[in-house]
Design a protein around this ligand. Structure first.
Ligand code: ADP
Ligand code: MG
Length: 119
């Protein structure tokens, strides 16, 4: 079993009676320690896939496993803990706290961690 597994993951949006497939049956796996890059044209679904993997969004169907745990079946509370303890995420537009320094932004995350590294 791989560290990250996507099995037939879908994400659909309804817009004006139209069904938009942001992800339409995504399958891939990433081994522990592997460096993976997701590439594709604008609108291909990269952000959708990463948001779902990061626990920021949920999928419409399919199955996501991380270290053998089924993230796609998590409750909102489990997803909150998953985001807090299991995932790191650098956003396209950063989403940093504006009035804090770079170091303080990192320290903020270490306040939430169980075993933080020195900021
Ligand atoms: N909230 C949304 N409502 C409707 N359609 C969306 C929404 N988010 C993304 N999409 C659509 O899903 C597709 C994939 O988007 P996205 O994951 O942002 O692609 P990428 O990051 O590869 O550019 C696009 O067609 C986009 O318009
Ligand atoms: Mg994107």
């Amino acid at each position: 079993m791989a560290f990250v597994e996507f099995h037939g993951v879908t994400k659909y949006y309804e817009m004006g009676g139209q069904k938009i497939a942001a992800a339409d049956g995504v399958d891939f796996s990433v081994e522990q320690g592997e460096f993976a890059v997701i590439v594709g044209p604008s609108g291909a679904g990269k952000t959708t896939v990463l948001n779902i993997l990061g626990g920021i969004d949920t999928c419409s169907g399919g199955k996501i496993l991380l270290d053998g745990r089924e993230v796609s079946a998590y409750t909102p509370k489990q997803l909150t803990e998953y985001r807090r303890y299991d995932v790191g995420f650098v956003f396209q537009f950063y989403n940093l706290v504006q009035n804090l320094t770079a170091l303080e932004n990192v320290e903020l995350a270490s306040v939430l961690c169980r075993v933080p590294m020195d900021a």
